[in-house]
Design a protein around this ligand. Structure first.
Ligand code: G6P
Length: 610
């Protein structure tokens, strides 16, 4: 949430900052701004998307080789020019960008107002700027030390970057709860909320941890801990490349990421599946397998789409390993005084590895001495680093705000975890072989679904003006119904609800009429006959039905006009196929409605505030 970039070196900073911000735009797009140090300090900021800022800079560029930039997802104060970052000190001597929330900003603001400071914006960030200038002036400390001291008075979360007119060879950054990465080049350094703005220039990065502050100069950088001890930070090598974070000829990132799923799932399984014992090997969980297998309960915490994947995981682990699983919204977990026992294990799922609520769930579980394992996509992300062990998705960067390939990769990893735990335990060799074979077949089956997807666009045309949708599924396809509804809401702004199909009778059936499309997932599994009865009940009330099924062509035609076929697989793996048409349906509806598919209003890809 909010993207930060920074540059110090010999090149002109403006182009690097603008390009970097564009690559972070998925984190927020309410306003954008940059500050560049040359002879003085120049700030340019605008409400709206980065393109608007970029146009104004084309007309009058800012020159200078040191700068910071920000793309905003508004928390405090509406998205306008004044509230846009960077925010400047009263005398214009330094400028700061901030990602996160200063929770005690009201009391700090009152204190600073009492000391004569004035504020032009409604942001919590400007309060931090005034606090730094106050400390700097009153104590005479260097700017770096004043930043550190001001941050010690702040409650909440921050990733900040700061440049000063008076020191054209210094970029300061610090983090607590909001991600920041330092890119290390040859006599030049880059800052980013993630690797996307950095990767074009260098693969060498340093991940800043909570409480750390870095002072960067052209000839080197120094990282300090909270208690001002200089740290020796490890330089990591980035795995992703530039091509992976570009659209590659697709109209939208979301479409590219939907189409990439055969490959991303291959990658999520690569080197992990075998034709005989050990059947499944997950390097990152090697030492954790016994603890998970012996757990009396596994609690899975996640948010959004990752939470839906967790629900599929519940079916997979309970069915295949017979360990009770509870799925929790990470945002609720720590606030309800969760009961964790020493023999519980916690699993967290997060594409970004930075979601604030999920990270808080990690820390809550660790504070209760329960082992915490992570399933993340972003290598080196905070959750990946803070969990005791974990598995990466290897799905490649996901840029579209609506998550698609991360969901299927998460389910694929959960299936592999369930198989690993079930092997030599609840599952015999024949079952292991059956699942491994079925899992391996999924990427090719997704290719078939994607190839035969033309009717999805025509269905989208018919229903693009609907104002409500209902999504129904059972068993492991109930979470798919939830995910289908979420995708539609997120990008087309149509109200949609997901329900277990049989629950329809307890409420949603009252909504059904000829204007309400009802999307069923009706796979020929243990509940097929029941779901078909639910379809009958909708049809009897003039409801319009769209079905995703592996039934034979023609089998459901007497009931519904709109049938989307997917190949057959094992019941527990079917979400990997059934979700694909629902992703495409929401994508096409959103495009037809003229919505901004990759950057839907009010949302952000990585929610680093509570
Ligand atoms: C945001 C995104 C969703 C995502 C959720 C959890 O709401 O818009 O697409 O599912 O955060 O994100 P995570 O990175 O933790 O999986």
């Amino acid at each position: 949430m909010c993207g930060i970039v920074g540059y110090i070196g010999e090149r002109q900073a403006q182009e690097i900052l603008i390009k970097g911000l564009s690559r972070l735009e998925y984190r927020g797009y309410d306003s954008a701004g940059i500050a560049i140090v040359n002879d003085g300090l120049a700030v340019r900021k605008k409400s709206g998307k980065i393109a608007k800022l970029s146009e104004s800079l084309d007309q009058s560029p800012l020159r200078g080789c040191l700068g910071i930039g920000h793309t905003r997802w508004a928390t405090h104060g509406p998205p306008n020019d004044v509230n846009a970052h960077p925010h400047e000190s009263t005398d214009g001597s330094f400028a700061l960008v901030h990602n996160g929330i200063i929770e005690n900003y009201t009391s700090l603001r009152d204190m600073l107002s009492g000391r004569g400071y004035t504020f032009s914006s409604q942001t919590d960030t400007e309060v931090l700027v005034r606090l730094i200038e106050d400390v700097h002036k009153r104590t005479g400390l260097s700017l770096g030390k004043a930043v550190r001291q001001a941050l010690s008075q702040v409650h909440g979360t921050y990733g900040i970057a700061l440049v000063s007119r008076d020191d054209p060879d210094m970029l300061i950054a610090a983090r607590k709860g909001s991600p920041l990465i330092l890119g290390v080049g040859e006599d030049e350094y880059f800052l980013g909320s993630d690797a996307a703005p950095i990767i074009e220039y260098t693969r060498k990065v340093v991940y800043l941890n909570d409480g750390e502050l870095v002072v960067i100069r052209r000839n080197g950088f120094k990282v300090f801990s909270v208690d001002e001890v200089k740290l020796n930070k490890k330089i990591h090598e980035l795995e992703w490349d530039l091509e992976q974070i570009e659209k590659g000829g697709f109209e939208h990132f979301m479409l590219k990421e939907i189409m990439e799923q055969p490959d991303s799932l291959e990658n999520a399984m690569r080197g992990r599946l075998y034709d005989a014992e050990p059947w499944v090997q997950l390097g990152g969980l090697m030492d954790a397998v016994e603890s998970l297998r012996n757990a009396s309960r596994i609690v899975i915490c996640a948010c959004g789409t990752s939470w839906h994947a967790a629900l599929v995981g519940e079916y997979l682990i309970e069915s295949l390993v017979r360990i009770p699983v509870e799925v929790e919204y990470a945002s609720e977990f720590r606030y309800r005084n969760p009961i964790l026992r020493p023999d519980d294990a916690v699993l967290v799922i997060s594409q970004s590895g930075e979601t604030a609520d999920t990270l808080a769930a990690v820390r809550e579980a660790q504070s209760q001495n329960v082992p915490v394992y992570g399933i993340c996509n972003t290598v080196g992300s905070t959750i990946a680093r803070e969990t005791d062990a974990g598995v990466y998705l290897h799905a490649g960067p996901e840029i579209g705000v609506a998550s698609t390939k991360a969901f299927t990769a998460q389910v694929t990893v959960l299936a592999q975890i369930a198989l690993r735990l079930g092997c030599n335990n609840t599952l015999d060799d024949a079952q292991m072989s059956e699942y491994v074979t079925a899992l391996r077949a999924i990427p090719a089956q997704i290719k078939t679904v994607l190839k035969n997807a033309e009717n999805i666009e025509s269905i989208a045309k018919l229903f693009r003006y609907a104002s409500n949708f209902l999504y129904l599924g059972r068993g492991p396809n109930f979470p798919v119904a939830l995910e289908g509804a979420l995708k539609l809401k997120e990008i087309s702004y149509i109200h949609a609800e997901g329900y277990p199909a049989a629950e329809m009778k307890h409420g949603p059936i009252a909504l059904i009429d000829q204007f309400m499309p009802v999307v069923f997932v009706a796979m020929k599994d243990s509940t097929y006959e029941k779901v078909v009865s639910n379809i009958e009940e909708v049809v009897a009330r003039d409801g319009v039905v769209i079905v995703v099924t592996d039934a034979e062509p023609g089998e459901l035609d007497h009931l519904c006009e709109h049938v989307i076929h997917v190949p057959k697989t094992l019941e527990l793996l079917s979400p990997l196929l059934t979700v694909i048409p629902l992703q495409l349906l929401s994508y096409h509806i959103a495009v037809l409605r003229g919505c901004d598919v990759d950057q839907p209003r009010n949302l952000a890809k990585s929610v680093t505030v509570e």
